[in-house]
Design a protein around this ligand. Sequence first.
Ligand SMILES: Nc1nc2c(c(=O)[nH]1)N[C@H]1C(S)=C(S)[C@@H](COP(=O)(O)OP(=O)(O)OC[C@H]3O[C@@H](n4cnc5c(N)ncnc54)[C@H](O)[C@@H]3O)O[C@H]1N2
Ligand code: MOO
Ligand SMILES: [Mg+2]
Length: 403
Amino acid sequence: MTTASLIPLETALAHILEQAPPLNARERVPLSQALGRTLADAQRVPADVPPADNSAVDGYALRCADLAGNRPLPVSARIPAGTPAPALAPGTAARLFTGSELPVGADAVVMQEDVDIGAGEIRIKTTVCPGQNIRRRGQDLRRGDLALARGTRLRPQELGLLASMGIAEVPVLARPRVAVLTTGDELVEPGQPLAPGQIYNTNRFTLLGLLTQAGCEVTVCETLRDDRAATRTTLSRAAGSADLVLTSGGVSVGEEDHVRAVLEESGGLSLWRLAIKPGKPLAFGRVQDTPVLGLPGNPAAVLVTFLMVVMPFLRRCQGQPDPVQGERLPALFTVPSPSIRREFVRARKTLQDGRPQLEAYPNQSSGVLSSACWASGLAVVPEHGTVHPGDLLTYYSFAELLS
Ligand SMILES: Nc1nc2c(c(=O)[nH]1)N[C@H]1C(S)=C(S)[C@@H](COP(=O)(O)OP(=O)(O)OC[C@H]3O[C@@H](n4cnc5c(N)ncnc54)[C@H](O)[C@@H]3O)O[C@H]1N2
Ligand code: MOO
Ligand SMILES: [Mg+2]
């Protein structure tokens, strides 16, 4: 295959996303375990939130009509939060606190700072309007309304909202099951000594972190030797328990690259080599009907291809729209010669004279993962493009790409 046959990212994505299996399995989980999960059913409001009118301040509940003539009001009740409120006796005030239920008959609450407090009575120092400092029943959520739509990704604030409705357990989509296979005879796990020729397994940890943040369940996590038969057997076994098999390494052209070769020999390879940098030799195919995304071995290529290809795949499997928009920002760096590959530059959004601009990490080698730790996201240099300071580039923050 020549460089002329590199596949444009959009063409590759269209093919890969077409093959994304819809994942409809669901389960019920307690709210305490629902962070990051996707709602499988819409959630309606079972009862008004808050359930009763209540006070927004520490102060006194009263009836505005009783204030004519600026008479002092005897304090007839004390209503701490958490206790039922008695009706307000006519011509009196009730002592209450932020969150205390409003007594029937009261139509305003006055902050204690605006009150002169005497023996068993109060005199109001300010003007009082009906409704003042009252939080109305149902002001947050009204019974029967749609609180959260199906497909909502549950963030901390959604968990709080569900809790405010008294919901203890929610139906969520099952996590996508992903098998992770890192490949390479040179790989050693961190914590072990390095023999000559060896390096530490970096990609396993990058991938586990990315998959955790993406809300996936990792079903298999193994390191494969550079061996054709072992690659064939392990890919096949991993495919049996996963919705997606993710591999790193072994997809380029060397005779020690077995992942792409195994996909090819079984007739399962449907796409190979993208016009992107890093990430060129990405391979996509199937083993026993399970999709396999073969990411290149270089550590920065793993990160970039996960964000640009695996994330859209996972979103499509879960029926989620792709929310990634990016923003256009001026570059502070130069890319002097054009490439036939679209380049994803590890870049940092910084402020220069109060304006956001993009700086590039000086070493963009796909073997340099420090570039990604320094960066806040990826700046896109289009195919055949050059970059001069001030040129506008599309920029995606890592946070947006992982959302
Ligand atoms: N003759 C050619 N050689 C290469 C080409 C090419 O077009 N022609 N493409 C280059 C590009 S671009 C990439 S990207 C790499 C991809 O190679 P593979 O996917 O086959 O990956 P490996 O050869 O197995 O490893 C590449 C590199 O990454 C290191 N690696 C692999 N796995 C890990 C890991 N888990 N943790 C840390 N580092 C890892 C590995 O040691 C190699 O240095 O191919 C180029 N070559
Ligand atoms: O595509 Mo590779 O990741 O450039 O080195
Ligand atoms: Mg290789």
